[in-house]
Ligand binder design. Structure first.
Ligand code: TXA
Ligand code: MG
Length: 349
């Protein structure tokens, strides 16, 4: 039985937070909100807790976990050294949606890092997450709290959908703010490398650090055939219906093209869903048209993307056509997820 606990404010919820901290200490799992997506947390120093996480998610155990910390002292205990640029980035962007990769200290269990000699660490910007880490007194290993292969959860209800009956407790902090997973940046080489794009963009990293930052989110461009962020090699975020991403510089033409495709598919008896934007949603003819947010404000798109993908799983559609969101710094984070959701099925017109 999974207990879903609403956390409105920390004052009224001391007992629940205490219980959650005790569960983590004891090696049990607790799902909790962060500013990016909900995490499935376990004691990051206990190999058995990591094993429970992999089992609950149905996730391959060579895909390493992120350790969530509440202060710099915890970071020091988990790594060999902190390069100067990494320390500056942590001081500036934390707490926040940035995960850093550093050389791991011996006390970090191999099953947390998937056998790598590096470790992923992040300080989340959410009062419930930080309080849970403080009360546990240990770094919390937490992947996104979804079943492997489903969109990451941005609401406690999404966690319930995937993990009900598999974990003892879910802390409900409402809908998250960011909506896509943290930016992962590798500081183990001289030039920092972004392994997963997120809310904190390459541009803002470069501006703050005052140096070049590389982007390496592909499988092929890995050192020895080993993906730099092993999570990248797995199928991700896939909706149940087939999804096609339709891209073009002229948004009016994209709308016309999607309407044409939808019409052809409909004539073959298929039910059609469309992922639109606020600016275009009234221009479509299809069975289900859902806006993912405003083109003019892409943070509304990151906030709703996974929720919309999950919503389509509850609608009875055979095909989903989706608009793309190109051309802005935040597009990198959005398109990275959309391309995966579409299984790389992209039509450029
Ligand atoms: O926003 C987030 O980062 C969320 C919340 C819960 O904090 N967590 C999250 O965790 O997205 P997860 O497990 O779904 O994604 C972790 C990613 C995976 O792609 C994994 O391969 C990569 O981080 N990763 C972990 N350790 C790594 C390491 N040592 N080197 C390279 N990549 C690593
Ligand atoms: Mg994930």
């Amino acid at each position: 039985e999974t207990r879903l606990v609403k956390i409105n404010n920390m004052e009224d919820c001391k007992k629940d937070m205490e219980e959650a901290g005790e569960l983590i200490k004891a090696g049990e799992l607790v799902a909790f909100p962060t500013e990016t997506v909900y995490g499935l947390g376990g004691n990051g120093l206990l190999p058995d807790a990591a094993k429970k996480i992999y089992a609950a998610k149905g996730r391959p155990s060579d895909n390493p976990l992120i350790l969530h910390v509440c202060d710099m002292q915890m970071v020091e205990s988990l790594v060999k050294e902190i390069p100067d640029n990494a320390r500056r980035a942590m001081e500036h962007f934390w707490p926040g949606p940035m995960t850093v990769i550093l050389q791991k200290a011996d006390q970090v269990p191999d099953c947390v890092t998937g056998g790598l000699d590096t470790v992923a660490i992040r300080m989340p910007d959410h009062p419930v997450a930080l309080e849970l880490i403080r009360r546990s007194g240990v770094p919390i290993a937490a992947p996104s709290a979804n079943t492997s292969g489903r969109p990451s959860p941005t609401k406690a209800e999404h966690v319930m959908e995937d993990l009900h009956g598999k974990i003892p407790m879910i802390l409900d902090g409402g809908a998250v703010m960011v909506g896509v997973e943290s930016t992962i940046i590798d500081f183990t080489e001289i030039v920092p490398v972004i392994l997963r794009p997120g809310w904190i963009t390459k541009e803002s990293m470069e501006e703050f650090l005052g140096c070049e930052v590389l982007m390496n989110t592909s499988l092929k461009a890995s050192d020895h055939g080993i993906p730099r962020a092993p999570g990248m090699k797995y199928k991700h975020y896939a909706p149940k219906a087939e999804m096609v991403l339709v891209l073009g510089d002229d948004q009016e033409k994209v709308v016309d093209h999607i309407n044409q495709l939808a019409k052809e598919q409909k004539e073959q008896g298929k039910k059609i869903g469309i992922i639109a934007s606020d600016e275009t949603k009234d221009l479509y003819q299809a069975d289900e048209v859902i806006s993912v947010g405003q083109r003019a404000h892409l943070e509304t798109v990151t906030a709703h993307l996974y929720d919309v993908l999950r919503e389509f799983d509850h609608k009875d559609v055979d095909m989903i056509y989706s608009e793309g969101f190109e051309g802005e710094p935040l597009s990198e984070a959005i398109m990275n997820r959309m391309v995966k959701a579409a299984g790389h099925e992209i039509l450029r017109i």
